[in-house]
Design a protein around this ligand. Structure first.
Ligand SMILES: [Zn+2]
Length: 483
């Protein structure tokens, strides 16, 4: 329709209703565009730079499963969005405000999206493509978790806007662009309040990632939110307060290096077997290990870490090592996501989960959560969950072996952590409390204290990160007072 017909149509509409009224979708976009400065201003935006400070939280890595107490202070935050080319780069410095395993020093983080390719740049300058397709997809979605990029996208023919609905005082609409989809919520005046996307997380299953906008300010005639915060379901993951925002300032080079573009997805799991004693094996991995213990009539696995794929590979290796005995017990050292990403696969295998008492409700909730977006083995095979808890200690024993499980009391890494001790071999199995070879050992003194207070005779520490070490190595880093 020509501009003239368009204008006539709208002026006639009032009296004759001879034209189709604006669909709700168009009205939604028009209202949102008007609220943030008008369509012409919005579609002309070439770049946005947001600078500020804030806080990051520690989802899946806090002291207790239900805790949200650990924070990183964020300084030097700079988010550069190249709206013309669909690229984004976030650089920030995070400083732990708690006893962090890598120590108290500030760390620079660089998170980049170049079209479809997402990568991080490490402290040494090396670029690493994100490990999983879902993590990469989340970062692609994140580009549109901003009112301006989302509204620019709405003007592109590839994007669909649908399902406008009123929810109380606000309106929502669903957007879809290629493999990305999001829902925008606007207030009565059209101002975007939030954008959310469905996503998948190996531990949590189906989740909703929500970015909330507040404190809009005028920048060259465009309204930008100065306060932006992110959530995974109800858990707040970050809060940023902008101190300076600019439109159309030049942004740096946001180009994925060749080695990142051709990088394969994460390497297939590799399970390296080291015998630790009679009927006890270390099943080592690239970064996260497990231990297998053979009893007279069954097998116990200590730890199902990292991913479902890793845990399935560990289970297969266990069955290869000891044929004809069922794997019936999984001990989880603590609730952290990197150490429990395979827990659902172990439950699907029929294993009873043995965990510190403070993790019980959390294990039950992890087993129950829906995994419909990418159904895992447990989602495909409904299995009854059995949980056994350990308060301070528990002995698991029969004629062929004994494993003692102890609460690592007072550990600053996790309140609900277990270590395992095999008296016959004088082997102590632990994770995160002491990782031999690390630059810093903030929790080693506590681990040593837990070993000493129970009078355990330990020859070897078998960490589920890093290499086996004699007790002397723990004493060296954890023994001195104030260390
Ligand atoms: Zn941990």
């Amino acid at each position: 329709m020509s501009l003239r017909t368009f204008v006539m149509c709208y002026s006639l509409f009032v009296i004759s209703s001879g034209c189709t009224p604006k669909p709700a979708e168009q009205q939604f976009i028009d209202d949102a565009m008007r609220a943030v400065g008008g369509r012409d201003k919005v579609v002309a935006v070439r770049s946005i730079v947001i600078e500020g400070t804030g806080v990051n939280y520690n989802l899946g890595q806090d002291m207790k499963p239900e805790a949200a107490t650990q924070q990183f202070a964020i300084t030097g935050y700079k988010r550069e969005i190249n709206a013309e080319q669909g690229k984004q780069r976030i650089e920030q410095v995070r400083t732990p405000k708690f006893a962090y395993f890598q120590g108290p020093q500030p760390q620079t983080q660089i998170q980049v999206l170049d079209g479809d390719i997402a990568f991080n740049v490490g402290a040494n300058g090396a670029a690493t493509r994100l490990a999983t397709a879902t993590a990469e997809r989340d970062r692609r979605a994140e580009l549109f978790h901003h009112p301006i990029t989302a509204l620019i996208a709405a003007t592109v023919p590839l994007t669909t806007v649908s399902n406008v609905r009123a929810v109380g005082d606000v309106r929502q609409a669903d957007f879809a662009f290629r493999d990305r989809a999001w829902t925008m919520t606007i207030d009565a005046a059209g101002l975007p309040l939030s954008i959310s996307s469905k996503s998948y997380q190996p531990n949590l299953g189906d989740v909703v990632m929500t970015t909330t906008f507040a404190d809009y300010q005028d920048v060259n005639g465009v309204k930008l939110p100065a306060r932006i915060s992110g959530k995974v379901d109800d858990f707040t993951t970050y809060e940023i307060q902008a101190s300076k925002q600019t439109i159309d300032a030049p942004v740096g080079d946001i180009t994925a290096p060749a080695e990142v573009i051709k990088a394969a997805a994460s390497a297939p799991p590799n399970v390296a077997v080291t015998p630790l004693g009679k009927g006890v094996w270390l099943l080592a991995g690239q970064s996260h290990h497990s231990v297998l213990v053979e009893f007279a009539d069954h097998l116990m696995l200590i730890e199902a870490p990292q991913s479902e794929a890793r845990t399935l590979a560990v289970i297969a290796k266990a069955k290869e090592l000891v044929k004809n005995k069922p794997l019936t017990q999984l001990v989880t050292t603590h609730h952290h996501f990197d150490h429990t990403a395979g827990m659902r696969a172990a439950i699907a295998e029929g294993m009873t989960v043995i965990t510190q008492a403070g993790n019980k409700a959390w294990v039950e909730s992890m087993a129950r959560r829906p995994h419909t977006m990418f159904p895992d083995t447990l989602a495909k095979k409904a299995t009854r969950l059995e949980v056994e808890t350990v308060d301070e200690e528990k002995e698991i024993t029969d004629a062929s072996n004994t494993v003692m499980l102890y609460h690592v009391a007072g550990n600053p890494h996790s309140d609900t952590m277990l270590m395992a001790y095999i008296p016959r071999d004088r082997v102590l199995i632990e994770v995160d409390a002491f990782s031999p070879g690390s630059a810093v050992h903030p929790y080693a003194a506590n681990l040593l204290e837990n070993i000493q207070k129970r009078n355990l005779r330990v020859d070897k520490i078998v960490p589920l990160h890093g290499a086996i070490a004699p007790l002397a190595e723990l004493v060296k880093v954890g023994g001195a007072k104030g260390n």
